[in-house]
Design a protein around this ligand. Structure first.
Ligand code: IMP
Length: 427
């Protein structure tokens, strides 16, 4: 197996976990490289459903090394909960490692996230309220705690002497929130140190070197999706990290030459949770049907997802900035009973009639855009039992081949259901 990155190519929730899980079988090292417990990855294995937020789902295979990389932000209590859940299922956690360079989400980060979302009159992002934005903000402002800091009392105290006066002023004066004493935070950190102790990997450089030298296979696991990328997504309605393929390098410790393939996972339609533009959104019965048939409710927040037709304009953009070498198309079976399936191939500005064939990055004009669709005939049969590309109904193959043509990117995997086996590897 080549070294692969699996990323979301839309607004998250594309079915990355299933694809990562499948590819993890052939990998030796799996690295989650960005995001935090805002992600919700569902894997169905051996008839059981597992929900992951932070831990790479590759942990379900024995003998794999799973690293939570430096690019992630970790909420200790959530990490602990996830660990406990996996222990209950007797999952072997001996291969689980956490980078000491990963950033800790402290209680004030979730409090500020919650405050900003609940109190925002304008500009609400619709975040998962897991403290993601505030944690990355502090990371970039160089006032965050890293997991490694928990094991050096001197470093921790020194850092807190800088962080806390600043943070407390901000919490009190800007947000009117509770402040923190140094003793209180030190006690919290002691608790966190115990949570991470069995997993923190101070030898991560040696580990990465060893895997590289021995030519072991690496799978980089992205979270969220290209359209939620802080640089390339529908800013400001994005997450605060880089889910694009390039994020795999800054979030793991490996350079670009370690990556052979970038697989972008996309649904045969589009969903989005939270606020932000969504040109192909369907607020009618068709949207409701997609939501019901596709079970489009958030894993992390339970929120109903906004649904719409496949948007080839944003997808083409995602192929470019995400660095995709191929696409894994999921949930195509949701259309089994549809007579017609639409694909958006361009946008039209309602004001001027101007046609956009490429994705306009100025998201403030998106409210004036309407989709230009092409319509495909459905296939009118249950395809969830099909395992070979040639066995797919002709209309389904035509649909897939048309997508490849528009996107100028091959579809390497087609998923026809949630189980590992319900997958077609297209040559
Ligand atoms: P945050 O990542 O919690 O800051 O949320 C920022 C935006 O990203 C919101 O619109 C969230 O709904 C969205 N988001 C974050 N994580 C996920 C995910 O795993 N799937 C889908 N959307 C997500």
């Amino acid at each position: 197996m080549a070294n692969k990155v699996v990323i979301g190519a839309q607004w998250g929730d594309e079915g990355k976990a299933k694809i990562t899980d499948l590819l993890a079988q052939d990998a030796d090292l799996i690295i989650r490289y960005q995001g935090g417990c805002n992600a919700g990855h569902t894997v169905v294995a051996n008839g059981k459903t597992f929900k992951f937020h932070l831990i790479p789902s590759g942990i379900l295979y024995k003998g794999k090394t799973c690293l939570i990389g430096n690019g992630t932000v970790v909420l200790p209590e959530y990490f602990e909960q996830e660990i406990e859940g996996l222990k209950k299922e007797n999952i072997d956690l001996s291969g689980l490692k956490v980078s000491p360079l990963a950033t800790i989400t402290m209680p004030w980060h979730t409090e500020v996230d919650g405050y900003s979302e609940d109190k925002a009159q304008k500009g609400k992002i619709g975040t998962t309220k897991k403290g993601i934005g505030p944690t990355y903000t502090d990371k970039m402002a160089r006032i965050a705690l890293k997991i490694g800091d928990l094991y050096s009392k001197e470093a921790l105290e020194e850092k807190l002497d800088v962080i806390l006066p600043l943070k407390n002023k901000q919490l009190e004066k800007v947000y009117g929130l509770k402040t923190y004493s140094k003793e209180e935070v030190l006690a919290l950190c002691e608790k966190y140190a115990k949570i991470f102790e069995p997993y923190v990997c101070f030898e991560w450089q040696e580990l990465l070197q060893k895997f590289k030298k021995e030519g072991k296979k690496v799978l980089f696991e992205g979270a969220q999706g290209v359209m939620l990328d802080v640089d390339f997504g529908t800013y400001p309605f994005v997450t605060s990290s880089n889910p694009i393929g390039g994020g795999a390098c800054t979030g793991s410790g490996y350079g670009p030459k370690m990556i052979d393939e970038v697989i972008g996972v996309a649904k045969a339609y589009v969903t989005r949770v939270g606020e932000g533009p969504f040109v192909t959104e369907l607020t009618d019965e068709i949207g409701d049907t997609i939501r019901e048939v596709g079970h489009e409710f958030g894993v992390t927040t339970g929120r109903p997802r906004r649904c719409g037709w496949f948007d080839a304009v944003t997808m083409k953009y995602a192929c470019l900035v995400g660095g995709l070498t191929s696409i894994a198309l999921t949930k195509i079976d949701v259309f089994d009973k549809f007579d017609e399936i639409k694909v958006c191939t361009a946008y039209k500005d309602k004001r001027s009639g101007k046609i956009y064939n490429s994705y306009p990055t100025d998201v403030y004009i998106h409210k004036y855009l309407e989709p230009v669709y092409e319509t495909h005939s459905g296939w009118g049969q249950d395809i969830t039992g099909i395992r070979k590309y040639e066995d797919l109904p002709e209309n389904a193959r035509k649909y897939l081949e048309r997508l490849e043509e528009i996107l100028d990117t091959p579809i390497s995997i087609v998923s026809v259901g949630p189980d590992r086996e319900q997958t077609i590897f297209k040559g």
